[in-house]
Design a binder for this molecule. Structure first.
Ligand code: SF4
Length: 437
């Protein structure tokens, strides 16, 4: 006999779909089937069943080979490394639950760590812009039930958030959106004709790096003032047409991704996108929302926000929280060689950071906590495999619209494996002993 578990939350992307169904063996030890998830979400669950999966920590020998160690030895090595460091970088925290983020924050406070999450290489500029000018936002449920116009700017949900359009933003029928897709106007702004652009009613192929100009032009068009013939590669007629549709929508939302946050002007692109949203609220109701990637990167910002007052780039080296992106961000710290050890959990900087930063990581004492073998584990001195959060252990995570969602374990982790939180608690206890607190 098998068991069907319903209302399972997907721990892959910031959409945090909570309607998955998972079939497990009678004893709850084997995950057999995943329904309702997209391909990348299903893979996350099925990866946990890999027969060649690592189930115990491993320490690198001098000749580069690995030897198996116990979790206690791994916690001892990690605690000693962090406690002896003057400025340890503690990076990641986005593919784990809020409970682990809280314990990790306590460790960072004790060792004077540099806490940073994956926003530093994705929506950090969004967080800075929101601090500058605020943000008119809403929930994904409101989008589903109310939105009759959606704009996808510099993002490609068809690939990066595959069920976003079907669950919330484009296709579903909601309370006031009974016609579903037929009742919504979709605009995609992207230099590339993506698969999301293929689904749009209006596609604006903005010239690379000129988002700020196009957003400014929309603000001009809202006021029916004069535009040049072409702005950022888009004709003025098209800009006036889109501006008019936006003003006449009943409820709209601008979703934006790294095509805007990491093109020329960075956070200023988001400043002005928020101003566009504010302008629109003089005519009708509009919101704006970042397409967050890692499933709980929003949670990392929330947890540190309530603990330290800052959502990323938190410098605890002086015994109190400081925040200065550009100075206290991971890559800047690595490039300036201000870091003397690296602890990674819930992310893969080996895959996401510039090669020059990864080379710096390679030269430092480095611990990586991750269920998988990744490019980061290749440069680690200690690799600690843990249970899959959201699959083998539950916990709280924040969806991209900042709604907290509680996930539950669906299958047992291999015997003897610790969770992120359990391992961090071992490290915390040992750090307290070393520091005498
Ligand atoms: S869209 Fe995201 S959260 Fe939903 S099933 Fe796919 S990967 Fe998981």
């Amino acid at each position: 006999m098998t068991k069907l578990i319903t209302d399972v939350v997907c721990p892959f992307c910031g959409t945090l779909c909570d309607d998955l169904e998972v079939v497990v063996s009678d004893d709850g030890k084997e995950l057999l089937e995943v329904n309702n998830a997209c391909a990348i979400g299903a893979e996350k669950f099925l990866h946990s069943q890999a027969k060649d999966r690592l189930t115990r920590p491993r320490m690198r020998n001098e000749d580069g080979s690995w030897r198996e160690v116990s979790y206690d030895e791994a916690a001892e090595f990690t605690a000693q490394m962090l406690a002896k460091s003057k400025k340890p970088l503690m990076y990641g925290w986005s593919s784990t639950n809020c409970e682990s983020q809280v314990v990790g924050s306590h460790v960072a406070e004790l060792v004077g760590g540099q806490l940073d999450n994956t926003a530093t290489v994705c929506h950090g500029s969004t967080l800075i812009a929101v601090q500058d000018v605020g943000v008119p936002s809403c929930t994904l449920g409101e989008i589903k039930n109310r939105a009759d116009m959606v704009v996808f700017w510099g993002c490609n949900p068809a690939h990066a958030h595959p069920r976003h359009m079907s669950r919330y933003s484009l296709f579903p029928r909601g309370f006031f959106t009974a016609k579903g897709h037929r009742g919504r106007t979709a605009v995609v702004v992207d230099p590339r004709p993506t698969d999301s652009a293929n689904l749009a009613d209006i596609y604006l192929p903005v010239e690379q790096g000129r988002d700020y100009e196009l957003l400014s032009a929309l603000r001009v068009a809202f006021r029916n003032e004069q535009l040049p013939d072409v702005v950022a590669g888009i004709s003025k007629e098209k800009i006036y047409e889109v501006a008019e549709k936006m003003k006449n929508a009943r409820f709209g939302c601008i979703f934006f991704g790294m095509g805007v946050t990491h093109s020329l002007s960075n956070n200023h692109n988001i400043d002005i996108a928020i101003q566009v949203t504010r302008d629109l609220n003089e005519f009708t109701k509009w919101s704006i929302m970042p397409m967050r990637g890692h499933y709980n990167v929003t949670g990392a910002g929330e947890v540190w926000g309530w603990q330290f007052g800052f959502p990323f780039c938190v410098d605890l080296s002086r015994g109190f929280a400081r925040y200065n992106p550009g100075e206290s961000s991971s890559n800047d710290l690595l490039m300036r060689e201000e870091i003397d050890s690296v602890f990674v959990l819930g992310s893969d900087p080996g895959a996401h950071f510039p090669f020059s930063s990864v080379k710096k990581m390679n030269a430092l004492p480095c611990v990586v906590v991750d269920p998988h073998i990744t490019p980061s584990t290749v440069v680690a001195d200690l690799h600690v495999p843990v249970a899959f959060v959201g699959v083998e252990v539950g916990g709280c995570a924040y969806r991209m619209d900042s709604v907290p969602i509680e996930s539950h374990k669906v299958v047992d982790a291999p015997e003897g494996m610790l969770t992120d939180e359990e391992f961090l608690k071992l490290v915390l206890a040992r750090v307290k002993e070393i520091k005498g607190v």
